[in-house]
Structures are given as C-alpha cells and as structure tokens.
Ligand binder design. Structure first.
Ligand SMILES: NC(=O)c1ccc[n+]([C@@H]2O[C@H](COP(=O)([O-])OP(=O)(O)OC[C@H]3O[C@@H](n4cnc5c(N)ncnc54)[C@H](OP(=O)(O)O)[C@@H]3O)[C@@H](O)[C@H]2O)c1
Length: 304
C-alpha cells in the first residue's frame, strides 16, 4: 500500500486510492460486453483495455491510427476491434463512428479516455483551441454519434480531472473557444476537463432510463500525458512517483469501476475519484453551464 493510500483508506465503495483496475473487476465476468476505449494505446487507456480484455470483454480500441490501436490490442486474448480516431479531426471521428456502428454491435460502455494536457503554446485548429477540440469536441462528436448504438444499460464514462477546478474564472469561456483573449496551458487544460465533466453531467439528463453518464478524476499518474511539461518537472515527477503519485494500474481503476461494476449500474450524473463519488467544483455542479456548453458544442460540430 502507498503512503497516500494508507492515509486516505478506502471509501464507501470498498475501494480507494490504491485499488487497481484488476481489483475493481475481480470476480466480474465481462464476457459478451463490448466496451469502447479511446486512447487505448497508452497510459490509463492501455491498462483499462488490458483489464477489460482480461475479464472477457470485447474491446473496441480507438487510437489516432488503426495501426496504433491494432498494436495495442494485439497482446490481449480474445477478438477486439481496432479503430482509427484522431479526435482533433472531425472527419476522422465521423469515420470512426461509422466503423464502430458497422462492426462493433451494441456498446455496453464508452470510456472517453484520450486526452492531451497543458500545451505550452496556444494551438488552434478548426477555429478551436486544441485541448478543447481534442478532449471535449472530439469526444462530443464520437459519443453523440454513437448514442443510438448504446445498449439499453450502457454507461458513458468521461475522463475529467481534478484540474477541472483550475479553469478560467468563468468556467468555460464560451465566447473565446479559440483562446484569442488569452491562453494559459493549465487554464485551457482545466477548461477542457471541466467540459468533459459537464458533458457527462448534461448527457445524464438526456439518456433514457437504464443508461448512465458519469465523469471522473483518475488520480495523478506519471504517463505520456506529461510530454508537454518542462523536462525538469518530468524528471522530478519520476523521482517522487513511487511515493506521491498513483501507479498506472491504480490510475485505471476508477474508469474501469465506473464502466463495469454492478454497484454503480444505476449511478448517473456523478463525478468519481478513487472509485468513489466525489464532489466537483461549483462550475462542475452548474447545470445551466452544462446545458449552455452542450448547446454551444452542438452549434460548433454542426459547422465542422
Ligand atoms: N495521468 C494523470 O495524472 C491524469 C490526471 C487526470 C486526468 N487524466 C486524464 O486521463 C486520460 C488518460 O491520460 P493518460 O495519463 O493515460 O495519458 P497518455 O498516456 O498520454 O494517454 C493519452 C491517450 O490519448 C491519446 N490521444 C491524445 N491526443 C489524441 C488525439 N488527438 N486523437 C486521438 N487520441 C489522442 C494518446 O494517443 P497518442 O499516444 O497517439 O498521443 C494516448 O493514447 C486523459 O484524458 C487525461 O486528461 C490523467
């Protein structure tokens, strides 16, 4: 057990900071379930896909290219479906929706895991800041494109972050989504992760009974996500990682828990951390902001 895990203990779910994706699925038979995981080739997505496959699920693994997805899924037993999905390119996301719709059958869960973090410079594509485009708009297109492919008890699981608390003062700058009024790497990342959270919160109000949508913070884990960070910070992170950061198997647990565990089959519109329900920021609880973001994103994707 880690120092942090020992201090925090376990929550009401019976799981906690140190629980791994294997722990939270112990004894579960996921045979017959089909689960889409974006970003299946690295970090938390790769570990999530591995454990889902280990428990018998069929993984629809999305990565920027089909080749990357195929390589990631190759070591797993069972039949899985690799899909190309470059989230910052609407044409690629729409093509992925087509492939999944044609080849995957009903989806029991979508784990919207892929993401980028804290780009040092402002990047704009399709008129949108790149973290907002990739983390939020790409997943919005993917998930809403697949709503009619969800199984009656399907679960949509959005990777947010505790960084959603570290956004701009107004939460989401709906009138400045290309960040032309000012850009900070963490402000833009926080905004995109707040968008992931609010997307799940609002989606939960639109899904039919039986289907759920939730978001989560996976913990702080040293992965390729830190590739844009200062190398000195990165080196320091690898040094402190064993003491103060989660392992990748523990980092993959909350999304795996929310996507598969019977105890949360009916839980919807919530935010999780360490495999338990947690309280998001005031912006993260703002239903009006969630609805405004949804409406704005619908307008954006219609023009893309
Ligand atoms: N690690 C943490 O401490 C932490 C904390 C809070 C939240 N999270 C969230 O957890 C999720 C997983 O992060 P991670 O730590 O596992 O990071 P990671 O190892 O960098 O994995 C991110 C995945 O997203 C994919 N991706 C990035 N941009 C993409 C794009 N434009 N189109 C399609 N796929 C794209 C990456 O593909 P490539 O390998 O091809 O780039 C990779 O498969 C992210 O949403 C992140 O925001 C992580």
């Amino acid at each position: 057990m880690s120092l942090v895990g020992a201090l925090r203990g376990k929550g009401p779910s019976g799981f906690g900071y140190d629980s791994t994706a294997e722990d939270v699925t112990a004894g579960l038979d996921l045979t017959g379930r089909t689960i889409l995981v974006t970003g299946c080739n690295s970090g938390l997505g790769l570990e999530t896909a591995r454990v889902l496959a280990l428990r018998g699920a069929r993984v629809v693994g999305a990565a920027r290219t089909e080749e990357k997805a195929r390589e990631a899924l190759a070591p797993f037993a069972g039949e899985h479906l690799p899909v190309a999905c470059e989230l910052s390119e609407p044409a690629s996301v729409r093509a992925a929706v087509q492939v999944v719709a044609e080849k995957a059958g009903p989806l029991d869960a979508i784990i919207a895991n892929a993401g980028i973090m804290a780009l040092p410079e402002r990047n704009v594509s399709h008129g949108l800041e790149l973290q907002f485009l990739t983390n939020h708009v790409g997943h919005f297109l993917l998930v809403t494109g697949l709503l009619d492919r969800l199984a009656p008890t399907a679960r949509v699981v959005m990777l947010s972050s505790t960084a959603h608390t570290n956004t701009y003062a107004e939460g989401i700058r709906l009138d400045d989504l290309d960040a032309s009024r000012g850009y900070t790497p963490w402000g833009a990342y926080g905004q995109s992760k707040l968008a992931n959270l609010l997307f799940a919160k609002h989606l939960a109000t639109r899904l039919p009974a039986g289907q759920t949508a939730n978001s989560l913070h996976p913990g702080v884990i040293w992965t390729n996500l830190g590739r844009h960070m200062n190398p000195v910070v990165g080196f320091a992170a690898t040094l402190i990682s064993p003491l103060f950061l989660k392992t990748i198997p523990a980092g993959a647990s909350t999304q795996t828990y929310v996507a598969t565990h019977p105890d949360v089959a009916a839980t919807t519109g919530e935010y999780f951390a360490d495999c338990n329900i947690a309280k998001p920021s005031a912006h993260g609880r703002d239903a009006a902001l969630a609805e405004a973001l949804w409406t704005k994103t619908e307008e954006l994707v219609a023009a893309l």
